[in-house]
Ligand binder design. Structure first.
Ligand code: CTP
Ligand code: MG
Length: 230
């Protein structure tokens, strides 16, 4: 008999948002009447597929406990770590007693509030029978240059370059092992890179371009615009 596969979400939300240059971490800035993280979590919860959502929060974060969503029955709070990968690993550990190794985990940045239910289902439906898993990604419309000290060294083949988004969807056991083995490696800036280091080949699934990561001040207005359009 087939074991029932569960889906889990892990949301790294323990960053300080340095590039945003605001008075608080960017996940607590206001976006369309809620905080950014509330928008992100309500998008994940609305998809109705996750057994739980583990959110990695900095232990010094005074904002999180004030939010209603922190008490949601499907939301589990985990302690954030020094780097994003540490926060993700902490989120995985928070569900270790519930998740099976073969279960799927979707890791999604708190700073990407415009993710649609459609893209969550597209990722899941495309990869659910895959051995490794994969990520939402975007192709590049611009011509891409290889540059050193402002000198162009060459033009890259655009067809070979994709921009990594989140969610990134991998098997619980495989992802946890890959992140543990890669601990402290600065090259691991997303989940896929931890699996690539093991010689595995995660897939890409083309996502929507409005799934932006709020990084700099101007991104907030853009996210607001996208949310209104959706
Ligand atoms: N993140 C995390 N733990 C860290 C660092 C980042 O959980 N130690 C989370 C952020 O909260 C964010 C996501 O990872 O949701 C993507 O990271 P990024 O956009 O770089 O956010 P910040 O690190 O907060 O921003 P900055 O790099 O500008 O400081
Ligand atoms: Mg960062």
């Amino acid at each position: 008999m087939n074991k029932i596969l569960n889906f889990w979400a892990v949301v790294p939300a323990a960053g300080v948002g340095k590039r945003m240059n605001a008075d608080r971490p960017k996940q607590y800035l206001e976006l369309a009447g809620k905080t950014v993280i509330e928008q992100t979590l309500s998008g994940l919860l609305q998809a109705n597929v996750f057994s739980a959502v583990a959110v990695a929060i900095s232990p010094e974060d005074p904002y999180w406990p004030e939010l209603e969503v922190a008490k949601h029955q499907l939301v589990i709070t985990a302690p954030g770590g020094k780097e994003r990968a540490d926060s993700v690993l902490s989120g995985l550990k928070a569900i270790r007693n519930h998740a099976n190794d073969d279960d799927w985990v979707l890791v999604h940045d708190a700073a990407r509030p415009c993710l649609t239910t459609g893209d969550i289902h597209l990722l899941i439906d495309t990869l659910v029978n895959d051995d490794v898993g994969g990520i939402l990604a975007l192709s590049s419309h611009d011509t891409l240059k290889n540059v050193q000290d402002c000198d162009i060294l060459g033009t890259m083949d655009r067809r070979l370059i994709w921009r990594a988004l989140t969610p990134q969807m991998f098997r619980y056991g495989m992802l946890k092992t890959a992140l543990e083995e890669a601990e402290g490696n600065p090259a691991v800036t997303d989940e896929a890179s931890a699996l690539e280091l093991k010689g595995l080949r995660p897939k890409i699934v083309e996502g929507r371009p409005d799934n932006i990561k709020i990084t700099r001040p101007e991104d907030l207005a853009l996210a607001q615009f996208y949310m209104e359009q959706q």
